[in-house]
Design a protein around this ligand. Structure first.
Ligand code: IVH
Length: 675
């Protein structure tokens, strides 16, 4: 290639890479595969290596700087970054809203309608980015508001931060504010890696993000997939702001910055803010990032200016905090519990603490390795986390609060219930009691059997179940169905009515579904989802009992671990007998109704390129709803390749292997009419 041609190709590649990186990181709407992206990137890297004179600081290859810094420089900013007042209840939010209206009225504003923008409150770190003439020139942490730290080289590694603004209408000077965070999944992966390297774990994504951003070596930051959302503007020169906050977000998006339009909601009244708060709180644990509340902002910027600020907090915005999911408390003792499959779990006994909406006294420590990793000692102050329905867990210890009287914990060598020697299987972190007749296991199996997602015997709590077993009225779950009125009423705290209720709910539980029944048996590795998959495949308990591991493994979504565990379970005579006794007692597990439409059963699809009417996930769901399967790579076994716009190498592969291809129209027809 001639020199001008090379230069042209380098420029082309940069444009392409920038476009795809924007589609992927900012809009979350990729059009090409990761491999195709890598190909472009590598081509650019190679040309730049051969012609270093062509490298520009804005090139996508130049995100990661090479030289570590000796310190993070302090930077004073022109406009301080404010913080936010907090509200914790509807009452407190109502007071905020009234204050806003009063202040506006004092300024002679008619306040019939104040509209608020509701935004997620990301649990990360506030930062400010400066763009001059469209180029990213400075990135700082919030610091104390006025003086922050220069983390430009680290922020350059964050892919959702553009190095250049887009379009022609961007301002000459733009300071944009937002939050850097570490997505939940990446946080978990980071901690897994740290655990295997023996490094101390981060307590939460926020700490991990802070630790990653304030690195002296940008190469370390580059290894942590930090992400960024912006939510505000500092200084602005050479353009004027729109009239509202929501439109400001639109302008930022137009300049190529990442804003969270999906979760920025314009509420027309305080009541709607409340409704939106409830909705967001219900969703919080399903989002890919952590939130600690919802930020409410007056939408009109002129009113924001009128309202101004009080000390460090704007009067036009507030943070409506979610109930905390993490709290600190003292760990009094560590006990071990024997689960239904014999797994030994260390459990922290805590000074009671209110977290995630309930009082928590016990929290799981998972296993011995985790106790070591987190360096948790008896007597420590620890961080407890309870998110939604999830079992509370100890996430970290606070070594800085130690007095010297804390004690290290050792796992027992013998089962605390039956005294059997505990075993640790290869490749497994858990210690197990191998004695299936271990009284603790028998109890745990009954608790599981009656639980809500299993046979759902409501009215039978663990305390009553324990009495039934201690009195030997129930030795295994099938005995439940032979209990007599007199036997139940003889128990502590049982009266006539509660006895009858319990008998009724035991009776009611007989009518169940095959998947619940299978799940209720408490077979290792057979969770609710797997139980459902297997139940709908066989439709009959005897067929499941007779299936070999090989046959089970052929079912999509059943792996070797599940297949082995399930087939071994039913090789055990006692387990087969238990099933028969349950059926004889009148338990009737009904076969699941087949999914209505199975027109694509057994067909494998590969999707490539963008479709107009469906997102990737929607297309996948349409196929799966009809019994079909979506795979990520084309092989001879693929039945159809669905080809959208900008289809890549998968299309070439399909042609090579002569796999039928469908354009969007043909795909829709197939969904409607079947093959
Ligand atoms: S606005 C003048 N919007 O919350 C308003 N802050 O407690 C200043 N935060 O330091 C901030 N998500 O780190 C705003 N959507 C959002 C936010 C947000 C998270 C953080 C930010 C700020 C802290 C204040």
């Amino acid at each position: 290639m001639s020199a001008p041609k090379i230069k042209k190709r380098v420029e082309e590649l940069r444009k392409e890479i920038e476009r795809h990186s924007y589609l992927y990181y900012v809009l979350d709407r990729p059009e090409i595969s990761d491999q195709q992206y890598d190909l472009l990137y590598r081509e650019l890297e190679k040309l730049e290596q051969e012609h270093p004179e062509l490298i520009t600081p804005d090139s996508p290859t130049q995100r990661v700087g090479q030289t570590p810094q000796s310190e993070l420089k302090k930077v004073e900013r022109a406009l301080p970054m404010l913080s936010l007042s907090n509200v914790f209840s509807v009452e407190e939010f109502t007071e905020f809203d009234e204050r806003v209206r009063r202040e506006l009225a004092r300024n002679e504003v008619e306040t019939e309608k104040v509209e608020y923008v509701c935004e997620p409150k990301y649990d990360g770190l506030a930062i400010e980015l400066t763009y001059r003439d469209g180029h990213f020139i400075l990135g700082t942490t919030r610091g104390d508001g006025l003086v922050g730290e220069d983390v430009t080289v680290n922020l350059r590694t964050v892919n959702s931060i553009p190095l250049k603004l887009q379009g022609k209408n961007f301002p000459k000077l733009l300071e944009v504010r937002g939050e850097v965070y570490l997505p939940r999944k990446d946080f978990e992966k980071l901690n897994e890696d740290r655990a295997s390297a023996g490094d101390p774990l981060f307590a939460n994504p926020r700490n991990a993000a802070a630790g990653s951003l304030r690195q002296l070596d940008p190469k370390i930051t580059a290894e942590r997939p930090l992400a960024f959302y912006c939510y505000g503007v500092g200084r602005l020169e050479g353009a004027s702001l729109p009239k509202t906050h929501l439109k400001t977000l639109d302008a930022l998006a137009e300049w190529g910055l990442r804003v969270n339009k999906k979760y920025s909601h314009l509420a027309e009244s305080a009541k709607e803010v409340t409704r939106h708060y409830e909705k967001l709180e219900a969703q919080r644990n399903d989002l890919p990032y952590e939130l600690d509340g919802m930020v409410v902002k007056v939408d009109r910027l002129d009113w924001q200016r009128l309202l101004g600020e009080k000390s460090r907090d704007p009067r036009w915005a507030t943070a409506w905090k979610f109930p905390a999911q993490e709290e600190v408390t003292k760990l009094k003792a560590i006990d071990v519990q024997v689960g239904r499959t014999g797994v030994i779990t260390p459990v922290a006994r805590l000074e009671p603490v209110h977290v995630g909406g309930v009082t928590v006294e016990n929290a799981t420590l998972h296993n011995e390795d985790q106790i070591k990793q987190k360096d948790v000692r008896i007597g420590d102050y620890v961080i407890i986390r309870r998110a939604g329905e999830v079992i509370p867990e100890v996430v970290a210890s606070l070594p800085q609060r130690r007095t010297g009287h804390e004690k290290k914990f050792e796992m027992p060598k013998k089962c605390p219930s039956c005294g059997s020697h505990l075993v640790r299987e290869e490749e497994e972190v858990a210690l197990r009691c191998d004695n299936a007749a271990c009284p603790a296991q028998v109890k745990a199996r009954l608790y599981h059997f009656i639980s809500r997602h299993a046979m759902d015997v409501d009215g039978l709590g663990e305390k009553t179940a324990e009495q039934l077993m201690d009195k030997e009225l129930v030795k295994d779950p099938s005995d439940l169905y032979h209990l007599k009125y007199e036997q139940i009423i003889s128990l502590e705290r049982m009266a006539e009515k509660s006895t009858q209720n319990l008998l009724d709910s035991i009776e009611k539980s007989k009518k169940t579904t095959l998947e619940r029944f299978l799940f209720a048996l408490g077979i290792r590795h057979v969770g609710e989802h797997v139980a459902q998959v297997i139940a709908s495949h066989y439709g009959d308990i005897h067929k499941i009992m007779d299936a070999t591991a090989e046959q089970l493994e052929e079912i999509h979504e059943v792996g070797p671990e599940v297949a082995k565990s399930l087939s071994e379970f039913f090789l055990g005579k006692a387990n087969r007998k238990l099933v028969e006794r349950l059926l004889e007692a009148g338990v009737r597990p009904a076969a699941p109704a087949r999914a209505k439409d199975q027109s694509l059963a057994g067909k494998t699809f590969v999707l490539t390129g963008g479709l107009e009417k469906f997102s990737r996930d929607q297309a996948k769901k349409e196929i799966e709803d009809r019994g079909g399967r979506v795979s990520s790579s084309v092989s001879k076994k693929t039945d159809y390749v669905v080809v959208g716009t900008d289809a890549g190498s998968k299309l070439d592969k399909a042609k090579e292997l002569k796999v039928p291809t469908l354009d969007e129209k043909a795909f829709v027809a197939l969904l409607e009419k079947g093959p």
